[in-house]
Design a protein around this ligand. Structure first.
Ligand code: ATP
Length: 252
């Protein structure tokens, strides 16, 4: 479970996240949608404990991440949008390193590493340096690193970018299986079909606030958008298209 209460992040005088409150129960796959610069990544980084909030409360499975950061982080797996791995580590070394950050090592972790590498079809590259990995392979290794310690909550930023269709489908099935077993997933994405097809509930983030939140049906009802697809709903809630500027650019 993830709970945000009045979460705020300011960069100088600019407010990137503005008194955001949200509760995502166990067993839910929750989608974060919003235009570029809406505050999605800032929110996810605060939940992951990478960025300190200006004010507000974050709880992961009922644990306040400010008061008990280690206990909260032990329950959480964070998958960032940019897959950073240490080039001079092999895939297996990277995963051992990730597990060690949570104080986990030994035969159980070695088995877990093998299972994850097998799942993402990285087993043949287990002992190769990650500098030789493609973008998608790095992304899959990062995902494995976030799962290696068996978290209860996954916070994931733009997971589908750079993944081939098979890997993207695998990830969807993985997240669905994870929530079916009581896990919680908070996922930001720009892929509207992904959100519509797989999320239990969605928040549309705009200007650092939640403009609307609920199931697709609830969002349509809240915004009086019966019959609208997710793309039109999204545009309606986030200011629409800059048609005048488009005309100006295309005009002769
Ligand atoms: P995108 O969809 O483009 O990834 P986002 O919703 O994830 O966007 P954020 O990265 O959270 O957006 O950024 C929210 C706002 O905060 C933006 O206006 C951005 O310019 C600003 N911002 C983010 N990081 C910083 C920083 N380190 N210093 C100043 N402003 C920042």
């Amino acid at each position: 479970m993830i709970r945000l209460i009045d979460l705020t992040k300011r960069y100088g005088s600019f407010t990137a996240v503005n008194r955001m409150s949200l509760e995502i129960p166990a067993g839910e796959l929750f989608g974060f949608l919003g235009p570029n610069g809406a505050g999605k990544t800032t929110t996810l980084r605060m939940i992951a404990g990478i960025l300190r909030p200006t004010s507000g409360i974050i709880e992961v499975r009922g644990i306040d991440i400010h008061r008990r950061p280690l206990a909260a982080k032990a329950r959480l797996g964070y998958i960032p949008d940019r897959p950073f791995v240490y080039d001079k580590l092999t895939g297996a070394e990277f995963l051992r390193f990730a597990a060690a950050l949570y104080g986990q090592q030994g035969p159980v972790i070695e088995r877990r590493i093998d299972e994850l590498l097998e799942l993402f079809e990285l087993a043949p590259w287990k002992n190769e340096l990650t500098e030789s990995y493609s973008h998608g392979m790095r992304q899959k290794l990062i995902i494995s690193g976030a799962l290696v310690h068996r978290p209860d909550v996954i916070v994931v930023d733009e997971p589908m970018v750079g993944l081939d269709p098979k890997s993207a489908r695998l990830l969807k099935d993985l997240f669905r299986g994870f929530t079916a077993r009581g896990g919680t997933v908070l996922m930001s994405t720009h892929t509207l079909e992904t959100v519509e097809g797989m999320c239990d509930r969605i928040a549309i983030v705009y200007g650092g606030q939640i403009a609307a939140c609920g199931t697709m049906a609830e969002l349509r009802e809240q915004t009086e958008s019966e019959g609208l697809g997710i793309e039109d709903l999204f545009l309606k809630l986030t200011g629409g298209l800059p048609t005048r500027s488009l005309d100006a650019v295309l005009g002769d």
